[in-house]
Structures are given as C-alpha cells and as structure tokens.
Design a protein around this ligand. Structure first.
Ligand code: AMP
Ligand code: GLY
Length: 439
C-alpha cells in the first residue's frame, strides 16, 4: 500500500484526497485548518501551519510517507517541494523557481515575452508611478487591468469597467500599490470567454484534461465582487460550445512551450499540476494567468471524472514518465459552492450548517468540505466558501439538476449561485462569444 500525504485544507484537497484513496492509497493529511472530509478519509492528520516544512517532514517520517501532493499555492511559492524533496519525500508540485509562474506575475509575463509565447498579452511592470500615466494614455484607460505582482487570493486584480471606472480610479489603485511597496503590472484588458485548462506535468510532458469554466463573481448573472470562485462546470465532450478542439490545442501548445521556457530559464523542470486560465477573444486565445496547482473549484469537476488511476499519475509526474493521455468519463459536471451569507465582504461565521446526508446521498450529488469546522457532529461556517456540491451526469442539464438537489439538502445561513451550469447562462456565453466573433 502506498502512503500519500496531502498538504492543504480546502475542498480541492478533499477531492484530491478522495481520488488518492480511490486509487488505492492510504491517506495522511497535513493542514492548517481541520477539513472534516480529509479527517474522515485519513489514517492520520496533523493540524499545523502548511509552511512549517520541518514539521511536515517529521510527519512524513513518522507515517512512512511515499509521496506528497501539495494542494494550495501558498506553500508552493515558498519552496515546500524543495524542502520535502531535500528530506527524501518525492512531491507532486513544482519547486520554488517553477512555482513562480503563479507566485510572480512579473516573472510569468517576462518569461512569456522572452520566449515569444503566442497567447501572451501586452503588459508593463512598474514599481513607482513613473511612466504610469503615459502607459495608460498609450493603451487607453478603458483597456487597462492592474495586477499586483504576488499572490492576492484572487482579490488584487482590478479590471477597468468592473472595479475601476476612470483614470483617477486607476491612478489611485496604482498609488496604493506603490505605497505598499508592491510591484505591479498594467495589462491589456481582454474581452471574451474564459476557460480553465488543467494539465499534469512531469517536467517534459504536459497532458491536458477536460475544460472547465469557473464563475468568479459572487452573485447570479456575473454580478457583484470577485470571489475565489462560486462554481464551475464541464461538459460531456470535454469542450464547451464556444471553445473548439483547436482552441484547446493552441492553449496546450503554449502550456508546453511555457514548461520548456521554465526549464530553459531557471534550470528547473516544472512538475505537478499546471492550471492555465485562458480567454478566447476576437483576436485569438490569450493567457490570463497560470496557477501552479489544481483549481478550486475546478479540481472537483476534474478528479471525480478520472478513470485512470490517480496514484499512478502522481508517480508518473514524479518519475517523469506520464502517458500521452489519461481517461476521463464522457460526462458533464456542475459544482456549486455554498458560501456564508455576506461572503466575500461580511461573511456570517460560526453559523451551523445542517446536512441531511441520507437525503443528499439519494440525489446522487457529492459534497466536499471547504472552510467549515466540525464540533461533534455539528458543522459551522467560517469566513470563506463553505462546501462544494457536485452533480455528474450524461448532460449538463441533468448534472445541474443533481447539484441543485444536493444543495437543497444543506441548510444554514448560506447562499449559492443558482445559475451556475444552467442552459440559460450557457446560452448567454454562446451569444457573447458569437457577438465578439461576429458570427
Ligand atoms: P486573475 O486573478 O489573474 O485570475 O484575475 C481575476 C479575474 O480578472 C480573471 O478571472 C479575469 O476575469 C479578470 N482578468 C484578469 N486579467 C485580465 C485581462 N488581462 N483582461 C480581462 N480580464 C482580466
Ligand atoms: N478557481 C480559481 C482558482 O483556483 O484560482
């Protein structure tokens, strides 16, 4: 039996843990906050900072861990993989230099520019206000996105028309970043539809998986503040009506070039999961960002559909011998996140969540714990997304209904987006894409 460690505490780690167990692993979890799902699946757990590498190594040694899967970005960008591998624990996740694809948007854009990667967009780096005004003038203020260099949990990016409404707003935000001594990018604003392409990477081979579309905005109809993601869906053909196989091939080709560029630039091979967030626009496929891990919620759309053995895939990532492709069920999936009322601005914490597990099981939906805590048999909210509910079926319509039925079995001071995965929202996206492509 193989002993696998998962580092992390969210719904993404819950589904990774579940998939490792389905692949025959004995699971061990190291997390900064106790995830009830991982607690139930694991042989042993430890609750402690996910960046205390010494403690993680001790836990690995004590439990004879064969390899570790690193879930979130925070430990990756500060070198968890380097530390664990030095201590003799193979890891699924990139080393510190390679993880800077997510850790530093400046590193990422410079790399794409230097290696002439086609989906790159126009951007410029600033660490003071010098040149900011003239760049805005050149680009046009309504064509600007402001991005702090480092990790911001999805909340640092500000887009003209969404969060910034005048040149004054742009300058104020840039000034705020300069005051905080944050480097930042001014980037070309793209218009189109976004997709997530998650890949397994073993240093050389980059193997794609079904496309997923996330919903960043808090409220229905894509209104309200940005969040970590309120839900996501994938379709039975592993594409979307507005993204073709050619679009995927183009995106995947650029991910492969990026992995090669990381090696050429840093000498380090990229290993682990690579998350490409792309936008299809009237002028082609554009790279919005890279993440050095699986997506949350997108991991919930992906891993439950995986027919190949996930433990074998992890070993292949570590050993550098991934196959050409892996099998996923030809099914649609819809994941809806339940969040505490008031999320993301003023979330109601410490509110009890009542889960009718028997009824939920009958709906066929699956559920994953995110930021909730359990006391005895009771589950309570914290300040972040609470639970992911997943429906899988032959069609999107059926998968959405299953997810909604599952959500109906969970009560509390929570909200979710009813429109995620609906045909109505899908049609809106199709119409948007068609209007951009003038079809
Ligand atoms: P990120 O944290 O980079 O994923 O950005 C958060 C969201 O901002 C993305 O999901 C996009 O919807 C939007 N965004 C980021 N960069 C751009 C861009 N260059 N053009 C248009 N929208 C963007
Ligand atoms: N769903 C967006 C992310 O994982 O970053």
């Amino acid at each position: 039996m193989v002993n696998c460690l998962i580092v992390g505490h969210g719904a993404r780690e819950h589904v990774v843990g579940e998939t490792l167990v389905r692949g025959g692993a004995s699971l061990f979890s190291f997390m900064s906050f106790k995830n009830a799902g991982l607690e139930d699946l694991s042989k042993n757990i430890e609750i402690h900072s996910e960046t205390d590498f010494q403690k993680i190594l001790e836990f690995c040694k004590k439990n004879s861990i064969d390899f570790a899967v690193i879930g979130p970005e925070a430990p990756l960008v500060v070198g968890i993989v380097d530390a664990l591998e030095k201590g003799g624990i193979p890891c699924v996740g990139p080393k510190i230099e390679a993880a800077q694809l997510e850790g530093s948007k400046v590193f990422m854009r410079e790399l794409l520019e230097k290696y002439k990667i086609q989906s790159n967009i126009m951007s410029k780096i600033f660490d003071s206000m010098e040149g900011v005004e003239s760049y805005i003038k050149d680009m046009g203020e309504d064509n600007i996105v402001v991005k702090p260099e480092g990790l911001t949990g999805g909340k640092g990016v500000k887009v003209y028309g969404d969060h910034l409404f005048s040149k004054k707003d742009i300058l104020e935000y840039c000034n705020e970043l300069v005051d905080k001594k944050n480097r930042f990018l001014l980037e070309e604003k793209c218009d189109g539809e976004e997709f997530t392409l998650q890949a397994f990477v073993d240093g050389k081979n980059v193997i794609g998986s079904p496309l997923v579309q996330d919903h960043k905005r808090a409220y229905e109809d894509d209104k309200g503040p940005n969040t970590g993601g309120m839900g996501s869906y994938s379709m039975e053909d592993h594409l979307m009506p507005f993204f073709t196989q050619n679009d995927v091939n183009e995106a995947l080709a650029d991910m492969k070039k990026t992995v090669a560029a990381v090696k050429a630039e840093t000498g380090v091979e990229y290993k682990g999961f690579l998350y490409g967030q792309f936008m299809k626009t009237a002028s082609g496929i554009k790279l919005i960002e890279y993440n050095s891990r699986l997506g949350d919620p997108e991991a919930m759309n992906l891993l439950p559909l995986l027919k190949s053995n996930f433990v074998d895939i992890c070993w292949a990532i570590i050993n550098g011998n991934l196959s050409k492709s892996y099998e996923f069920e030809k099914k649609a999936s819809v994941c809806k996140y339940l969040a505490p009322e008031g999320y993301p601005m003023n979330p109601k914490r410490d509110e009890q969540i009542l889960i009718d597990k028997k009824k939920l099981d009958k709906t066929g939906a699956k559920y994953y714990y995110a930021s909730v805590y359990r006391e005895g048999q009771n589950v309570y909210t914290t300040t972040s997304r609470a639970m992911g509910v997943l429906g899988i079926s032959d069609t999107l319509e059926k998968a959405e209904k299953i997810a909604e039925a599952g959500v109906g079995c969970i009560k509390g001071k929570l909200f979710h987006r009813k429109d995620v995965g609906t045909l109505k929202l899908l049609q809106k996206r199709i119409d948007h894409m068609n209007s951009l492509l003038k079809k």
